[in-house]
Design a protein around this ligand. Sequence first.
Ligand code: ADP
Length: 443
Amino acid sequence: MLRPISHIRSAAVTEVILWLLPGALIALLGDLTWGLGGMLAGALYVIVSHLRHIGDLVEWARAPVGTPVPIASGVWDLVFSEINRRSRLMRDQREHLSAALDRFVEAGQAMPDGVIYMGSDYVVDWANQRAESHFGIDAQRDAGAPLTNLVRDPAFVGYLNGGDYAEPLIMKPLRQSQLTLLVQLVPYAETRTMLISRDISHLERLETMRRDFVANVSHELRTPLTVVLGFLETLADGVDDLPAEQQRHFVDLAREQAERMHRLILDLLVLSALETGAPAPAEEEVDLGALLDAVLRDGLALSSGRHRVTLEIEGPLRLRGSTKELHSAFANLVSNAVRYGREGGHIRLRWREVPDGCEFSVQDQGDGIDPTHIPRLTERFYRVDRGRSRESGGTGLGLAIVKHVLGRHQGRLEIESVLGEGSVFRAHLPSHRMVRQATDEAA
Ligand code: ADP
């Protein structure tokens, strides 16, 4: 509670009167000498007491912030309790401010972008951890140093000193060349600036992939198209001179190339439907008995007696997913086994339940695949042997389609291969996709 100033003043006067009163009474009762002596002693006590408290006050004011206010007596008790109240108020305000600052720093640290606050001449005041990792700086150690001394990339220094911050700068920091950063300077409060940095490496990777993809597709289409054009020109030039048999042969070869382009475009359409905004796989109940029979028939037709193709079914016969997509994925694996499997070899198709779901596996007795190629086989247009893939009608997109279909069913593709012996491709699907039938439960 705030006491009025007059209360303190009257307490001080009362204290003086109380100390002078005994001497004054003695003087009034007739003993002037003792009376004056008593009043003098009282006045001296009051002066000494004030001096002692003033000393305590000065000492406290010089002590570190937060030192408790000294204990006092008399009127000084009132004064000190006022000071105490004020110092408590200031401590509360300081704590409030420091909590607000902590929250602000936490928010700055949680930002998905790098942030650096700078004073004039780009002197670093504060940076969050993301900015530290983007520019390879240490906010504590480097605070007070100009950022242009810490990050010396000429394009970056030029951007900061250029004065035109309407557009951001795209840079690859010298110290972290694997990163691509989008950097924007925001001036504020006359001489202060804030630097925001965003890691756009993944966007650049996507752009590179897109460029590679367009280049690959163009290349894949150009080769057969050149062949078709060549045949058409030959036929056009010599349609009357060429024997009918040769003309027939050219037309057959041209059709083969056109079919190759057709297959490639169909695979591209499937892949782009899977990749771009295609709705999630229909949650229909897939009849695996029928699907696996169809896949086996496809395999037998493609092999036309060059392999022994067998199918074993040991897993659940119903699954939730898309029949069309799963058929395309399984058929792709079988078609690869036929195309890369040794003639006369065994191609073993197996559907079975495994501890964490079920899987369709295709085992062939082909040349096998060198382990260095295995992690890249599902990349679009990645082939171990380009010539062999083309010869056998491959588009280089089959395993990319398989990977996408399985991903959309929360599944995965596992590849095992031994050079010279053959390969096993396993399409794994999670248990939540399995539909248990009453007969399965009973079993
Ligand atoms: P492609 O149309 O070229 O067969 P895929 O995406 O289906 O394209 O396969 C990519 C590459 O993986 C193939 O070019 C081939 O080199 C290799 N490959 C796929 N399946 C097999 C297999 N069963 N045995 C050996 N190599 C295989």
